[in-house]
Design a protein around this ligand. Structure first.
Ligand code: ATP
Length: 308
């Protein structure tokens, strides 16, 4: 069952196409990462599904229906850090959030402060909070009314490693409690650690979507060469389990599913075709390489910031 179905959504700002025919489904109970470099359209997409922006074309369904106030109550969101009052306590800030959003009641405030592990500090002023605590308070605000789905835009942006770990743990805890989480991120590392599912965007287009361990799976790569690499390429086309093959820099690179290649078997196969290999080396393809291959992005934009 999908909590959200996005169908052929496109959006342009003048002549900049921010989203181009994007379609994917978010399964119930998932932590769903929308992964892509800066400018790939993540915030635009989140703004559309939260009704902050209108799509030019396409549609999206929450819980199988087009948006209605009832559906909207099931969705909590955090697109930007909310404007909490610095001189007020956490609990008084949330009272204001609750009064404005009309989500939940006063008892809910205590509950969400417990959930985000800020209850002991509920009477401290917002100004005394660390960045991580401020972000957890913002998530507490989004949790008022106990929404089934939480939508977060780059929830760990700007936080130190401790704050990042706290938010990631909180996301996983909320997911265990039954919330579906949809989060944008430009960090491959983060999506691998936190998310169950992913949609990869690049320049406004959906590159791929699915379970994280399937989409970003490691691959076996064999680096090979023979006296005639063209004949080697041709012979390999029919090799069972081969996913792709390419010729680059004087080597033939053959790709297989994780753990599915055997140097002994491929050597025997080539020999049976009359090909004597002059070079055969098994290399594990790194996830980042797979990711760059998917997005065509060689700049390392996603992976420079390694986090815990
Ligand atoms: P970031 O991680 O930097 O926030 P993003 O993946 O969220 O990036 P968007 O913010 O959705 O991407 O931007 C997608 C494209 O649309 C970019 O080229 C951006 O410059 C452009 N864009 C976004 N908002 C506007 C706007 N209000 N006016 C014009 N262009 C915009």
């Amino acid at each position: 069952m999908s909590v959200l179905s996005i169908q052929s959504v496109s959006k342009s700002y003048g002549n900049i196409q921010a989203l181009n025919q994007v379609s994917f489904d978010v399964p119930e109970g998932s932590v769903f990462g929308i992964l892509g470099p800066n400018g790939s359209g993540k915030t635009t997409l989140l703004s559309i599904i939260l009704d902050v922006l209108h799509a030019d074309t396409g549609q999206f369904l929450w819980f199988g229906k087009e948006g209605s106030p009832d559906q909207r109550k099931k969705i909590g969101s955090l697109l930007e850090t909310p404007n909490f009052y610095h001189y007020l306590t956490a609990v008084n800030n949330l009272k204001i959030t609750q009064a404005i959003s009309k989500r939940g009641d006063l008892n809910a405030i205590d509950e969400v402060l417990h959930t985000v592990n800020l209850h002991e500090r509920k009477d401290s002023r917002f100004s005394s909070y660390s960045l991580g605590m401020k972000q957890r308070l913002a998530i507490a605000g989004a949790l008022l009314g106990s929404p089934k789905v939480l939508v977060l835009d780059e929830p760990t942006n700007g936080l130190d490693p401790v704050g990042i770990a706290e938010i990631r743990n909180l996301i996983q805890e909320l997911n265990r409690k039954g919330h579906t989480i949809i989060m944008a991120s430009h960090l491959l590392d983060e999506v691998e650690k936190v998310c169950t599912h992913v949609a990869i965007l690049n320049k406004g287009k959906l590159i791929t979507t699915g379970k994280v361990d399937e989409v970003l799976t490691d691959e076996d790569m064999l680096e090979m060469s023979a006296p005639d690499n063209d004949i080697l390429m041709q012979s390999l086309q029919n090799y069972p389990g081969l996913t792709s093959v390419k010729l680059e820099g004087g080597f033939v690179y053959a790709y297989f599913g994780k753990g599915l290649s055997s140097t002994a078997e491929i050597n025997a196969f080539c020999f049976s075709k009359g090909i004597t290999l002059s070079h055969l080396l098994l290399k594990k393809k790194r996830l980042e390489a797979r990711f760059f291959e998917l997005t065509g992005n060689e700049s390392g934009d996603f992976s420079k910031r390694k986090t815990n």
